[in-house]
Design a protein around this ligand. Structure first.
Ligand SMILES: [Fe+2]
Length: 501
Protein backbone atom coordinates (compact mmCIF):
# COMPACT_ATOMS: atom_id res chain seq x y z
CA UNK A 1 0.00 0.00 0.00
CA UNK A 2 1.22 3.49 -0.69
CA UNK A 3 2.01 5.99 2.03
CA UNK A 4 -0.52 8.64 3.07
CA UNK A 5 0.29 12.01 1.60
CA UNK A 6 -0.85 15.56 2.40
CA UNK A 7 -1.70 16.06 -1.29
CA UNK A 8 -4.51 13.51 -1.07
CA UNK A 9 -7.00 15.93 0.49
CA UNK A 10 -9.47 17.53 -1.90
CA UNK A 11 -10.17 20.63 0.20
CA UNK A 12 -8.01 20.54 3.31
CA UNK A 13 -8.00 23.04 6.15
CA UNK A 14 -6.26 23.34 9.47
CA UNK A 15 -8.78 22.96 12.29
CA UNK A 16 -9.61 26.35 13.82
CA UNK A 17 -7.04 27.18 16.46
CA UNK A 18 -5.66 30.08 18.40
CA UNK A 19 -2.19 31.24 17.53
CA UNK A 20 -0.12 32.76 20.29
CA UNK A 21 3.50 33.66 20.42
CA UNK A 22 5.95 33.75 23.26
CA UNK A 23 9.14 35.61 22.78
CA UNK A 24 10.45 35.95 19.27
CA UNK A 25 11.08 32.29 18.36
CA UNK A 26 8.26 30.09 19.68
CA UNK A 27 4.79 29.85 18.28
CA UNK A 28 2.00 27.96 20.00
CA UNK A 29 -1.29 26.95 18.50
CA UNK A 30 -4.13 26.04 20.75
CA UNK A 31 -6.69 23.47 19.72
CA UNK A 32 -9.38 22.95 22.30
CA UNK A 33 -7.63 22.33 25.59
CA UNK A 34 -4.36 21.39 23.96
CA UNK A 35 -1.52 23.69 23.13
CA UNK A 36 1.02 22.64 20.57
CA UNK A 37 4.40 24.22 20.09
CA UNK A 38 5.45 24.61 16.50
CA UNK A 39 9.12 24.28 15.79
CA UNK A 40 10.67 26.09 12.91
CA UNK A 41 14.07 27.37 12.00
CA UNK A 42 15.19 30.11 9.71
CA UNK A 43 11.71 31.55 9.21
CA UNK A 44 10.34 34.61 10.92
CA UNK A 45 7.74 33.88 13.56
CA UNK A 46 5.23 36.30 12.03
CA UNK A 47 5.58 34.64 8.66
CA UNK A 48 4.77 31.27 10.22
CA UNK A 49 1.81 32.79 12.08
CA UNK A 50 0.55 34.24 8.82
CA UNK A 51 0.81 30.88 7.04
CA UNK A 52 -0.95 29.12 9.91
CA UNK A 53 -3.80 31.61 9.61
CA UNK A 54 -4.05 30.96 5.87
CA UNK A 55 -4.06 27.20 6.37
CA UNK A 56 -7.25 27.52 8.41
CA UNK A 57 -9.09 28.71 5.29
CA UNK A 58 -9.88 25.90 2.88
CA UNK A 59 -10.20 28.40 0.07
CA UNK A 60 -6.77 29.82 0.68
CA UNK A 61 -4.39 29.96 -2.24
CA UNK A 62 -1.73 28.36 -0.16
CA UNK A 63 -3.33 24.92 -0.51
CA UNK A 64 -3.35 25.21 -4.28
CA UNK A 65 0.28 26.25 -4.30
CA UNK A 66 1.18 23.43 -1.95
CA UNK A 67 -0.48 20.96 -4.26
CA UNK A 68 1.32 22.41 -7.27
CA UNK A 69 4.67 22.15 -5.49
CA UNK A 70 5.08 25.91 -5.46
CA UNK A 71 5.41 26.38 -1.72
CA UNK A 72 8.71 26.70 0.13
CA UNK A 73 9.87 23.44 1.70
CA UNK A 74 9.19 24.67 5.22
CA UNK A 75 5.49 25.17 4.51
CA UNK A 76 5.20 21.62 3.24
CA UNK A 77 7.10 20.40 6.31
CA UNK A 78 4.74 22.40 8.51
CA UNK A 79 1.57 20.97 6.92
CA UNK A 80 2.95 17.44 7.10
CA UNK A 81 3.66 18.01 10.78
CA UNK A 82 0.14 19.37 11.38
CA UNK A 83 -1.35 16.45 9.46
CA UNK A 84 0.64 14.01 11.59
CA UNK A 85 -0.96 15.67 14.63
CA UNK A 86 -4.42 15.01 13.04
CA UNK A 87 -5.04 18.74 12.79
CA UNK A 88 -5.85 18.78 9.08
CA UNK A 89 -9.42 18.02 8.09
CA UNK A 90 -11.09 17.31 4.77
CA UNK A 91 -13.72 20.02 4.37
CA UNK A 92 -15.17 18.71 1.13
CA UNK A 93 -18.06 16.52 2.30
CA UNK A 94 -18.33 15.18 -1.23
CA UNK A 95 -22.03 15.92 -1.22
CA UNK A 96 -21.98 17.43 -4.72
CA UNK A 97 -20.42 14.29 -6.11
CA UNK A 98 -22.82 12.10 -4.14
CA UNK A 99 -25.80 14.12 -5.34
CA UNK A 100 -24.86 13.75 -8.99
CA UNK A 101 -24.02 10.05 -8.60
CA UNK A 102 -27.34 9.52 -6.83
CA UNK A 103 -29.10 11.27 -9.69
CA UNK A 104 -27.38 9.03 -12.21
CA UNK A 105 -28.24 5.92 -10.18
CA UNK A 106 -31.90 6.91 -9.82
CA UNK A 107 -32.08 7.65 -13.54
CA UNK A 108 -30.63 4.21 -14.27
CA UNK A 109 -33.28 2.58 -12.06
CA UNK A 110 -35.96 4.50 -13.95
CA UNK A 111 -34.51 3.51 -17.31
CA UNK A 112 -34.44 -0.20 -16.43
CA UNK A 113 -37.89 0.12 -14.83
CA UNK A 114 -39.28 1.60 -18.04
CA UNK A 115 -37.75 -1.17 -20.14
CA UNK A 116 -39.23 -3.81 -17.87
CA UNK A 117 -42.51 -1.87 -17.73
CA UNK A 118 -42.76 -1.99 -21.52
CA UNK A 119 -42.53 -5.79 -21.39
CA UNK A 120 -44.97 -6.17 -18.49
CA UNK A 121 -47.47 -3.76 -20.08
CA UNK A 122 -48.00 -6.09 -23.03
CA UNK A 123 -48.99 -9.03 -20.84
CA UNK A 124 -49.91 -7.56 -17.48
CA UNK A 125 -52.25 -10.41 -16.52
CA UNK A 126 -49.40 -12.89 -16.92
CA UNK A 127 -46.98 -10.82 -14.85
CA UNK A 128 -49.23 -9.87 -11.92
CA UNK A 129 -48.47 -12.92 -9.75
CA UNK A 130 -44.76 -12.74 -10.40
CA UNK A 131 -44.63 -9.05 -9.53
CA UNK A 132 -46.58 -9.71 -6.34
CA UNK A 133 -44.15 -12.45 -5.28
CA UNK A 134 -41.09 -10.34 -6.06
CA UNK A 135 -42.55 -7.37 -4.19
CA UNK A 136 -43.13 -9.65 -1.22
CA UNK A 137 -39.60 -11.06 -1.42
CA UNK A 138 -38.20 -7.53 -1.38
CA UNK A 139 -40.22 -6.65 1.70
CA UNK A 140 -39.63 -9.94 3.50
CA UNK A 141 -36.88 -9.44 6.05
CA UNK A 142 -37.09 -13.11 7.03
CA UNK A 143 -35.21 -13.93 3.85
CA UNK A 144 -32.19 -12.71 5.73
CA UNK A 145 -32.31 -15.33 8.43
CA UNK A 146 -29.32 -17.58 8.48
CA UNK A 147 -31.16 -20.75 9.39
CA UNK A 148 -29.16 -23.41 7.63
CA UNK A 149 -30.80 -26.19 5.72
CA UNK A 150 -34.19 -24.62 5.42
CA UNK A 151 -36.19 -25.79 2.43
CA UNK A 152 -34.63 -24.92 -0.91
CA UNK A 153 -36.44 -21.86 -2.31
CA UNK A 154 -39.23 -22.50 -4.80
CA UNK A 155 -38.39 -26.18 -4.78
CA UNK A 156 -40.58 -28.95 -6.02
CA UNK A 157 -42.01 -29.61 -2.57
CA UNK A 158 -42.05 -26.12 -1.13
CA UNK A 159 -42.55 -23.79 -4.03
CA UNK A 160 -46.34 -23.76 -4.09
CA UNK A 161 -47.64 -22.12 -7.21
CA UNK A 162 -44.15 -21.21 -8.32
CA UNK A 163 -42.53 -24.58 -7.64
CA UNK A 164 -39.55 -25.25 -9.88
CA UNK A 165 -39.31 -21.70 -11.12
CA UNK A 166 -35.68 -21.05 -11.98
CA UNK A 167 -36.09 -17.29 -12.35
CA UNK A 168 -37.59 -16.89 -8.87
CA UNK A 169 -34.89 -19.12 -7.39
CA UNK A 170 -32.35 -16.85 -9.09
CA UNK A 171 -34.03 -13.77 -7.62
CA UNK A 172 -34.12 -15.42 -4.20
CA UNK A 173 -30.34 -15.91 -4.27
CA UNK A 174 -29.62 -12.44 -5.61
CA UNK A 175 -31.84 -10.88 -2.95
CA UNK A 176 -30.18 -12.92 -0.22
CA UNK A 177 -26.79 -11.93 -1.63
CA UNK A 178 -27.74 -8.25 -1.72
CA UNK A 179 -29.13 -8.18 1.80
CA UNK A 180 -25.74 -9.15 3.12
CA UNK A 181 -23.35 -7.64 0.61
CA UNK A 182 -25.08 -4.71 -1.08
CA UNK A 183 -28.27 -3.70 0.79
CA UNK A 184 -28.43 -0.56 -1.35
CA UNK A 185 -29.57 -2.77 -4.20
CA UNK A 186 -32.85 -3.51 -2.43
CA UNK A 187 -33.67 0.17 -2.69
CA UNK A 188 -32.65 0.25 -6.34
CA UNK A 189 -34.82 -2.78 -7.13
CA UNK A 190 -37.79 -1.24 -5.33
CA UNK A 191 -37.34 1.84 -7.55
CA UNK A 192 -37.45 -0.41 -10.60
CA UNK A 193 -40.67 -2.04 -9.41
CA UNK A 194 -42.26 1.32 -8.56
CA UNK A 195 -41.43 2.49 -12.06
CA UNK A 196 -43.13 -0.60 -13.50
CA UNK A 197 -46.20 -0.19 -11.25
CA UNK A 198 -46.45 3.44 -12.27
CA UNK A 199 -46.25 2.62 -15.94
CA UNK A 200 -48.89 -0.11 -15.89
CA UNK A 201 -51.06 1.72 -13.31
CA UNK A 202 -51.26 -1.38 -11.15
CA UNK A 203 -49.54 -2.52 -7.98
CA UNK A 204 -49.88 -5.69 -5.91
CA UNK A 205 -50.45 -3.79 -2.69
CA UNK A 206 -53.26 -1.39 -2.03
CA UNK A 207 -51.18 0.65 0.38
CA UNK A 208 -49.71 3.83 -0.95
CA UNK A 209 -46.11 3.33 -2.01
CA UNK A 210 -43.73 5.03 0.36
CA UNK A 211 -41.06 6.70 -1.63
CA UNK A 212 -37.55 6.24 -0.33
CA UNK A 213 -36.15 9.32 1.33
CA UNK A 214 -33.57 11.44 -0.38
CA UNK A 215 -31.09 10.54 2.33
CA UNK A 216 -31.47 6.79 1.81
CA UNK A 217 -31.23 7.18 -1.96
CA UNK A 218 -27.82 8.72 -1.43
CA UNK A 219 -26.62 5.28 -0.43
CA UNK A 220 -26.98 4.27 -4.09
CA UNK A 221 -23.99 6.48 -4.82
CA UNK A 222 -21.77 4.11 -2.87
CA UNK A 223 -22.37 1.34 -5.40
CA UNK A 224 -19.99 0.85 -8.27
CA UNK A 225 -21.84 1.96 -11.44
CA UNK A 226 -20.99 -1.31 -13.23
CA UNK A 227 -22.35 -3.32 -10.29
CA UNK A 228 -25.51 -1.23 -10.23
CA UNK A 229 -26.10 -1.87 -13.93
CA UNK A 230 -25.33 -5.56 -13.46
CA UNK A 231 -27.94 -5.98 -10.77
CA UNK A 232 -30.61 -3.77 -12.33
CA UNK A 233 -30.35 -5.70 -15.58
CA UNK A 234 -30.31 -9.10 -13.90
CA UNK A 235 -33.31 -8.19 -11.71
CA UNK A 236 -35.30 -7.13 -14.78
CA UNK A 237 -34.14 -10.18 -16.72
CA UNK A 238 -35.26 -12.70 -14.13
CA UNK A 239 -38.63 -11.00 -13.65
CA UNK A 240 -39.05 -10.93 -17.41
CA UNK A 241 -38.48 -14.67 -17.84
CA UNK A 242 -40.24 -15.80 -14.62
CA UNK A 243 -43.68 -16.47 -16.13
CA UNK A 244 -42.27 -17.78 -19.43
CA UNK A 245 -41.42 -21.38 -20.21
CA UNK A 246 -37.70 -20.53 -20.15
CA UNK A 247 -38.19 -19.42 -16.55
CA UNK A 248 -38.95 -22.97 -15.40
CA UNK A 249 -36.32 -25.38 -14.12
CA UNK A 250 -35.02 -27.90 -16.61
CA UNK A 251 -33.46 -30.16 -13.97
CA UNK A 252 -35.18 -31.64 -10.97
CA UNK A 253 -34.46 -33.98 -8.11
CA UNK A 254 -36.70 -35.72 -5.62
CA UNK A 255 -35.13 -35.33 -2.17
CA UNK A 256 -38.09 -36.10 0.10
CA UNK A 257 -36.93 -39.70 0.47
CA UNK A 258 -33.69 -38.58 2.14
CA UNK A 259 -34.52 -39.18 5.80
CA UNK A 260 -31.31 -40.47 7.44
CA UNK A 261 -28.10 -38.68 8.31
CA UNK A 262 -25.00 -39.64 6.36
CA UNK A 263 -21.28 -38.88 6.15
CA UNK A 264 -19.85 -36.09 4.05
CA UNK A 265 -18.26 -38.57 1.66
CA UNK A 266 -21.55 -40.37 1.14
CA UNK A 267 -23.11 -37.02 0.27
CA UNK A 268 -20.27 -36.40 -2.20
CA UNK A 269 -20.93 -39.71 -3.97
CA UNK A 270 -24.68 -39.08 -4.08
CA UNK A 271 -24.16 -35.62 -5.50
CA UNK A 272 -21.73 -36.92 -8.14
CA UNK A 273 -24.26 -39.54 -9.29
CA UNK A 274 -27.03 -36.93 -9.32
CA UNK A 275 -25.03 -34.42 -11.35
CA UNK A 276 -23.65 -36.92 -13.85
CA UNK A 277 -27.15 -38.23 -14.48
CA UNK A 278 -28.49 -34.69 -14.87
CA UNK A 279 -25.72 -33.85 -17.32
CA UNK A 280 -26.57 -36.94 -19.27
CA UNK A 281 -30.27 -36.11 -19.32
CA UNK A 282 -29.59 -32.55 -20.42
CA UNK A 283 -27.56 -33.74 -23.40
CA UNK A 284 -26.18 -31.09 -25.68
CA UNK A 285 -27.10 -27.44 -25.34
CA UNK A 286 -27.21 -24.33 -27.50
CA UNK A 287 -23.83 -23.21 -26.30
CA UNK A 288 -22.09 -26.53 -26.92
CA UNK A 289 -23.33 -26.80 -30.48
CA UNK A 290 -22.55 -23.16 -31.27
CA UNK A 291 -19.09 -23.46 -29.75
CA UNK A 292 -18.27 -26.69 -31.58
CA UNK A 293 -19.41 -25.10 -34.83
CA UNK A 294 -16.98 -22.18 -34.43
CA UNK A 295 -13.82 -22.64 -36.41
CA UNK A 296 -12.39 -19.23 -35.86
CA UNK A 297 -12.34 -16.54 -33.18
CA UNK A 298 -15.94 -15.36 -33.33
CA UNK A 299 -17.66 -12.94 -30.92
CA UNK A 300 -19.00 -16.07 -29.22
CA UNK A 301 -15.48 -17.24 -28.37
CA UNK A 302 -14.56 -13.74 -27.24
CA UNK A 303 -17.73 -13.48 -25.19
CA UNK A 304 -16.92 -16.70 -23.44
CA UNK A 305 -13.63 -15.23 -22.24
CA UNK A 306 -15.25 -11.92 -21.28
CA UNK A 307 -17.82 -13.65 -19.07
CA UNK A 308 -15.16 -16.03 -17.77
CA UNK A 309 -13.15 -12.98 -16.81
CA UNK A 310 -16.12 -11.61 -14.84
CA UNK A 311 -16.56 -14.93 -13.04
CA UNK A 312 -12.89 -15.27 -12.14
CA UNK A 313 -12.67 -11.63 -11.14
CA UNK A 314 -15.10 -12.42 -8.32
CA UNK A 315 -14.43 -16.10 -7.82
CA UNK A 316 -12.45 -15.95 -4.58
CA UNK A 317 -15.26 -13.96 -2.95
CA UNK A 318 -17.30 -17.11 -2.69
CA UNK A 319 -14.88 -18.39 -0.07
CA UNK A 320 -15.15 -15.27 2.06
CA UNK A 321 -18.01 -16.45 4.30
CA UNK A 322 -16.19 -19.71 5.02
CA UNK A 323 -12.83 -18.13 5.81
CA UNK A 324 -14.24 -16.38 8.86
CA UNK A 325 -15.95 -19.50 10.23
CA UNK A 326 -14.46 -21.44 13.13
CA UNK A 327 -14.09 -24.68 11.26
CA UNK A 328 -11.79 -27.57 12.14
CA UNK A 329 -8.10 -26.78 11.50
CA UNK A 330 -7.73 -29.14 8.60
CA UNK A 331 -10.74 -27.83 6.73
CA UNK A 332 -9.82 -24.25 7.48
CA UNK A 333 -6.28 -24.79 6.18
CA UNK A 334 -7.66 -26.30 2.97
CA UNK A 335 -10.05 -23.38 2.45
CA UNK A 336 -7.22 -20.88 2.80
CA UNK A 337 -5.15 -22.93 0.37
CA UNK A 338 -8.06 -22.97 -2.09
CA UNK A 339 -8.35 -19.19 -1.79
CA UNK A 340 -4.64 -18.84 -2.50
CA UNK A 341 -4.80 -21.19 -5.46
CA UNK A 342 -7.59 -19.18 -7.12
CA UNK A 343 -6.56 -15.67 -6.17
CA UNK A 344 -5.60 -13.38 -9.04
CA UNK A 345 -6.58 -15.79 -11.83
CA UNK A 346 -8.68 -13.16 -13.55
CA UNK A 347 -5.36 -11.91 -14.95
CA UNK A 348 -5.23 -15.01 -17.18
CA UNK A 349 -8.69 -14.37 -18.59
CA UNK A 350 -8.03 -10.67 -19.05
CA UNK A 351 -4.74 -11.43 -20.82
CA UNK A 352 -6.57 -13.79 -23.17
CA UNK A 353 -9.20 -11.11 -23.91
CA UNK A 354 -6.46 -8.62 -24.73
CA UNK A 355 -4.61 -11.18 -26.86
CA UNK A 356 -7.87 -11.72 -28.77
CA UNK A 357 -7.86 -8.02 -29.66
CA UNK A 358 -10.10 -6.55 -26.98
CA UNK A 359 -9.33 -3.41 -25.08
CA UNK A 360 -8.58 -4.13 -21.43
CA UNK A 361 -10.66 -1.21 -20.15
CA UNK A 362 -13.64 -2.18 -22.30
CA UNK A 363 -13.57 -5.67 -20.84
CA UNK A 364 -13.34 -4.34 -17.30
CA UNK A 365 -16.17 -1.84 -17.87
CA UNK A 366 -18.47 -4.34 -19.56
CA UNK A 367 -21.51 -5.45 -17.60
CA UNK A 368 -21.61 -9.16 -16.70
CA UNK A 369 -24.57 -11.09 -18.07
CA UNK A 370 -27.32 -11.81 -15.48
CA UNK A 371 -26.40 -15.48 -15.24
CA UNK A 372 -22.73 -14.63 -14.76
CA UNK A 373 -23.54 -12.49 -11.73
CA UNK A 374 -25.97 -15.08 -10.38
CA UNK A 375 -23.29 -17.77 -10.60
CA UNK A 376 -21.07 -15.97 -8.07
CA UNK A 377 -23.94 -14.60 -5.95
CA UNK A 378 -25.48 -18.04 -5.44
CA UNK A 379 -22.16 -19.61 -4.46
CA UNK A 380 -21.55 -16.80 -1.97
CA UNK A 381 -24.97 -17.28 -0.39
CA UNK A 382 -24.51 -21.06 -0.21
CA UNK A 383 -21.09 -20.66 1.43
CA UNK A 384 -22.70 -18.51 4.05
CA UNK A 385 -25.82 -20.55 4.54
CA UNK A 386 -24.64 -24.11 4.56
CA UNK A 387 -21.04 -25.29 4.09
CA UNK A 388 -22.06 -28.78 2.94
CA UNK A 389 -24.22 -27.22 0.20
CA UNK A 390 -21.23 -25.17 -0.89
CA UNK A 391 -18.78 -28.08 -0.83
CA UNK A 392 -21.21 -30.19 -2.81
CA UNK A 393 -22.01 -27.47 -5.37
CA UNK A 394 -18.41 -26.54 -6.02
CA UNK A 395 -17.94 -29.76 -8.02
CA UNK A 396 -19.97 -28.09 -10.78
CA UNK A 397 -17.22 -25.51 -11.23
CA UNK A 398 -14.16 -27.53 -10.42
CA UNK A 399 -15.06 -30.50 -12.58
CA UNK A 400 -16.81 -33.73 -11.88
CA UNK A 401 -14.21 -36.38 -11.25
CA UNK A 402 -12.40 -36.89 -14.56
CA UNK A 403 -15.02 -35.42 -16.83
CA UNK A 404 -13.37 -33.70 -19.75
CA UNK A 405 -15.32 -31.18 -21.73
CA UNK A 406 -14.87 -31.58 -25.49
CA UNK A 407 -16.39 -28.12 -25.90
CA UNK A 408 -13.80 -26.42 -23.74
CA UNK A 409 -11.02 -28.38 -25.39
CA UNK A 410 -12.26 -27.24 -28.80
CA UNK A 411 -12.37 -23.58 -27.73
CA UNK A 412 -8.99 -23.73 -26.04
CA UNK A 413 -7.44 -25.28 -29.13
CA UNK A 414 -9.03 -22.59 -31.32
CA UNK A 415 -7.68 -19.80 -29.19
CA UNK A 416 -4.29 -21.45 -28.91
CA UNK A 417 -4.03 -21.73 -32.69
CA UNK A 418 -5.16 -18.19 -33.28
CA UNK A 419 -2.78 -16.66 -30.81
CA UNK A 420 0.20 -18.93 -31.20
CA UNK A 421 0.49 -18.17 -27.56
CA UNK A 422 -1.51 -20.85 -25.94
CA UNK A 423 0.49 -20.50 -22.79
CA UNK A 424 -1.93 -18.02 -21.26
CA UNK A 425 -5.06 -19.93 -22.16
CA UNK A 426 -3.71 -23.38 -21.51
CA UNK A 427 -2.18 -22.27 -18.26
CA UNK A 428 -5.48 -21.78 -16.54
CA UNK A 429 -7.04 -25.08 -17.58
CA UNK A 430 -3.90 -26.96 -16.69
CA UNK A 431 -3.65 -25.17 -13.38
CA UNK A 432 -7.03 -26.45 -12.36
CA UNK A 433 -6.03 -30.04 -13.07
CA UNK A 434 -2.52 -29.76 -11.67
CA UNK A 435 -3.95 -28.39 -8.46
CA UNK A 436 -6.39 -31.31 -8.31
CA UNK A 437 -9.38 -29.04 -8.06
CA UNK A 438 -11.73 -31.78 -9.29
CA UNK A 439 -10.92 -33.47 -5.95
CA UNK A 440 -11.91 -30.45 -3.87
CA UNK A 441 -15.51 -31.47 -3.15
CA UNK A 442 -14.43 -34.85 -1.85
CA UNK A 443 -11.55 -33.42 0.17
CA UNK A 444 -13.80 -30.86 1.83
CA UNK A 445 -16.65 -33.26 2.46
CA UNK A 446 -14.27 -35.91 3.84
CA UNK A 447 -13.73 -33.51 6.75
CA UNK A 448 -17.47 -33.35 7.51
CA UNK A 449 -18.33 -36.51 9.44
CA UNK A 450 -22.06 -35.97 9.88
CA UNK A 451 -24.66 -34.46 7.57
CA UNK A 452 -28.30 -34.33 8.67
CA UNK A 453 -31.09 -35.36 6.31
CA UNK A 454 -32.24 -31.75 5.93
CA UNK A 455 -28.70 -30.62 5.12
CA UNK A 456 -28.39 -33.38 2.53
CA UNK A 457 -31.63 -32.39 0.86
CA UNK A 458 -30.60 -28.75 0.66
CA UNK A 459 -27.08 -29.65 -0.51
CA UNK A 460 -28.30 -31.89 -3.32
CA UNK A 461 -30.85 -29.30 -4.47
CA UNK A 462 -28.16 -26.64 -4.36
CA UNK A 463 -25.68 -28.69 -6.39
CA UNK A 464 -28.27 -29.39 -9.06
CA UNK A 465 -29.31 -25.74 -9.09
CA UNK A 466 -25.68 -24.70 -9.62
CA UNK A 467 -25.37 -27.21 -12.47
CA UNK A 468 -28.35 -25.55 -14.12
CA UNK A 469 -26.96 -22.07 -13.44
CA UNK A 470 -23.70 -23.16 -15.04
CA UNK A 471 -25.44 -24.57 -18.11
CA UNK A 472 -27.71 -21.53 -18.46
CA UNK A 473 -24.74 -19.22 -18.07
CA UNK A 474 -23.04 -20.84 -21.06
CA UNK A 475 -26.30 -20.75 -23.00
CA UNK A 476 -26.72 -17.07 -22.30
CA UNK A 477 -23.19 -16.50 -23.60
CA UNK A 478 -24.24 -18.26 -26.81
CA UNK A 479 -27.51 -16.35 -26.90
CA UNK A 480 -25.96 -12.92 -26.35
CA UNK A 481 -22.70 -13.17 -28.30
CA UNK A 482 -23.59 -15.99 -30.70
CA UNK A 483 -25.31 -13.91 -33.38
CA UNK A 484 -22.96 -10.94 -33.22
CA UNK A 485 -20.78 -10.27 -36.23
CA UNK A 486 -18.86 -7.46 -34.56
CA UNK A 487 -18.22 -7.87 -30.86
CA UNK A 488 -20.61 -5.85 -28.72
CA UNK A 489 -20.28 -5.73 -24.96
CA UNK A 490 -23.19 -6.18 -22.58
CA UNK A 491 -24.57 -3.06 -20.91
CA UNK A 492 -26.96 -0.17 -21.41
CA UNK A 493 -24.82 2.67 -22.66
CA UNK A 494 -21.87 3.68 -24.83
CA UNK A 495 -22.38 1.34 -27.73
CA UNK A 496 -23.16 -1.64 -25.51
CA UNK A 497 -26.43 -3.48 -25.63
CA UNK A 498 -28.53 -5.25 -23.04
CA UNK A 499 -29.58 -8.89 -23.21
CA UNK A 500 -33.01 -9.28 -24.79
CA UNK A 501 -35.15 -12.24 -23.94
FE1 LIG B 1 -10.15 -24.07 -9.65
Amino acid sequence: MERWDIDRYRRPALVPCEVSSFGSEALTIGVGDDAIDLSFEGVARDEVADVVAQLMRPSSDIWVKLNDGECPAWIRALTVQLDALSLIEETDSGIDGVASETERAVALCAEVGQRLGAVVEKRLAMYKDVLAVVQQMLADEALDRDAAAVAFPFSDQHGGKFADNFALQALHFQLAYARRNAPELLLAWQRVLDEVFGRVSWSPSTEAVQNASCESLHSLASLDPVDLQTYLLSFAHFIEIAPLRVGKRVTSVETESVREPCSGLTLAARAERLLLKALDDLGSNVYASAALASNEITPLVKGLYIEQYHVTDRFVEILGPLLSRRLKRNLRARLFQYFQEEYGHEAFELATCVALGMNENDVRASVPLPLTALYIDAYTVLAHRLPTAFFTSIMVTEGLRDQHSPVHEHIAALVENALHAGDIVAKHGETNDELNHPSLSRLFLADIPHVTAAQQRYSLEAALFMLEVNMRQLESVAFFYGDQTQLEFHGLHEGRRPLEV
